[in-house]
Design a protein around this ligand. Structure first.
Ligand code: AHR
Length: 510
């Protein structure tokens, strides 16, 4: 290869890999800070336009992302939430202390009916996290019955008394959360037994088939995953459909010690590259859990669900530290794009992910101004928007030929280009991240196997990595048409700007 030959990314457009489930683009909303209250929910009497108390602008923005599912009510909150406190007339609902998040009083005005109404408005599948840590098997079992049972039953009647005749569909159910920590400080084997027990009573009522997700490991705790896989006892008899069908894992991008995770907006290039090193670790973590699962389940019947991920910075100065409100810059967008590339590569085992969290908490899609109520879309939102073409598409391998630009970060060499691709019907979508803070990257997309009839491309970048959107400047970071693309005999040649995210949508000839 001549020294002038640009780096090539070879994509065989006709070699289709596993389906990238749209649920990989899932979301998470906890009773935490201003995610539910002030984020999704403003109440019916608010001057902010709302649909039965739910902010209309938030719903409209999320519908554009085609959000496939929404996890609720936690997180750590799930294991102290008692669902019966959140039904019936709002003024009569008992109050509780949200001890994990700000130690504030929760009035339960947003409960089961409000959540299900939100999912209906969003067109998203509900993913309900049940309470194992401080709840009971009966409580969880009755919640499923309340939500999903038609006809005559005690819980179906109670639901009807509260104004809802038809049962809802609830396809996803979490058996607790972080059982090794805030969800009960359990040991893996003890929790695995509880997960079997609770799952048994999460019944399929009528047509509603529940996909039960056992609370999984933190980061690289592969022993936790192994304990849950052993407890499934695949091969001991018929595949245990009445126990759990998937295992979760949580991994946050945290740069620095827990006590000082760094500022969301003020960071230098070294801190930026350390963040990219951390973000890229997700690939190895997913591989590690998949490897363990493969030993017990080589046919990949059990799903892996990353139901919490994202950046976690110090809370914005002047805000309640227990509310986990943080700004979101172009750096966060690149953390997201690197994660999505890894998710696509692991699509065979990884069936769902949920970013933490959708509004006003951690790596949010949407920030709402506390005073004015103004809504701001974050750079991370735009990566989700640019990637909707990957939903339910078939993964395509991207093979780099040539020397990938790299950088030594804290003794580890990290690639400064990240890519993934997928195809659906007669289109293919290629995602490209140039992680170099300062240098552009020239890349040849070497497209094989199918003829390309046309293309469009979008660019997400900004003058600096810490550029972010605010109520005063809501479009400082937003996608624009990308034109630095030239036709080439082998495909397309692109000049990716420094710190940029680019998607190329290809129309394939039939
Ligand atoms: O997303 C914030 C918290 O992080 C969740 O409540 C918990 O599950 C995790 O530790």
């Amino acid at each position: 290869m001549s020294p002038n030959t640009p780096l090539r990314a070879v994509i065989d457009l006709d070699v289709l890999g596993p389906v990238i489930s749209r649920h990989i683009y899932g979301h998470f909303a906890e009773h935490l800070g201003r995610c539910i209250y002030g984020g999704f929910w403003v109440g019916e009497d608010s001057s902010i336009p709302n649909e039965g108390g739910i902010r209309r602008d938030v719903v409209e923005a999320l519908r554009k992302l085609q959000i496939p599912n929404l996890r609720w009510p936690g997180g750590c909150f799930a294991d102290e939430y008692h669902w019966r406190d959140g039904i019936g007339p709002r003024e009569q609902r008992p109050r509780m202390v949200n001890s994990h998040w700000g130690d504030i009083v929760e009035d339960n005005s947003f409960g089961t009916h409000e959540f299900m109404a939100l999912c209906e408005l969003l067109g998203a599948d509900p993913y309900v996290s049940g309470n194992v840590g401080s709840g009971t098997v009966r409580e969880m079992s009755e919640w499923v019955e309340y939500l999903t049972r038609a006809g005559d039953s005690p819980m179906a009647s109670l639901r009807r008394q509260n104004g809802r005749d038809e049962p809802w569909k609830v396809p996803f159910w979490g058996i607790g959360n972080e059982a090794w920590g805030c969800g009960g400080n359990m040991r893996a084997e003890a929790y695995a037994d509880l997960a079997r027990q609770y799952s048994t009573y999460v019944r399929d009522h009528g047509e509603n088939k529940v996909y039960r997700i056992a609370a999984g490991a933190s980061d690289t705790d592969y022993a936790w995953t192994e304990a849950l896989m052993k407890a499934l006892c695949i091969g001991c008899g018929p595949f245990p459909q009445n126990i759990y069908q998937a295992i979760s894992v949580h991994h946050y991008t945290v740069t620095g010690p827990w006590e000082d995770k760094g500022d969301a907006v003020k960071f230098d290039n070294d801190q930026y590259y350390s963040t990219m090193l951390k973000a890229q670790e997700i690939d190895q973590i997913l591989q590690g859990h998949s490897n363990v699962m493969d030993v017990y389940d080589p046919h990949k019947k059990v799903g892996l669900v990353l139901d919490e991920w994202g950046t976690w910075w110090n809370a914005e100065p002047g805000t309640n530290p227990g509310f986990l409100y943080q700004q979101n810059t172009l750096r966060d967008a690149l953390v997201a794009s690197v994660h999505f590339d890894a998710f696509h590569r692991h699509a065979e085992r990884l069936v769902m992910t949920n970013i933490a969290q959708t509004v006003n908490v951690l790596q949010a899609m949407i920030l709402t101004d506390e005073e004015s109520g103004a809504l701001v879309l974050t750079p991370t939102y735009h990566v989700y928007a640019m990637n909707t073409g990957h939903h339910d598409a078939r993964a395509l391998d991207v093979d780099f030929v040539g020397a990938l630009p790299e950088r030594d970060v804290d003794g580890t060499s990290i690639p400064l280009l990240s890519a993934s691709a997928s195809a659906k019907d007669d289109t293919a979508l290629v995602s490209l991240s140039n992680l170099d803070a300062e240098q552009p990257a020239t890349l040849l997309l070497d497209l094989r196997g199918r003829a390309v009839a046309g293309w469009t491309a979008q660019l997400l970048s900004a003058p600096s990595l810490n550029t972010h959107n605010t109520a005063g400047d809501p479009v400082a970071v937003q996608p624009v048409d990308f034109t630095a693309v030239k036709d080439h005999p082998s495909g397309l040649e692109l000049e990716l700007p420094p710190h940029s995210y680019v998607t190329v949508s290809l129309n394939l000839e039939v």
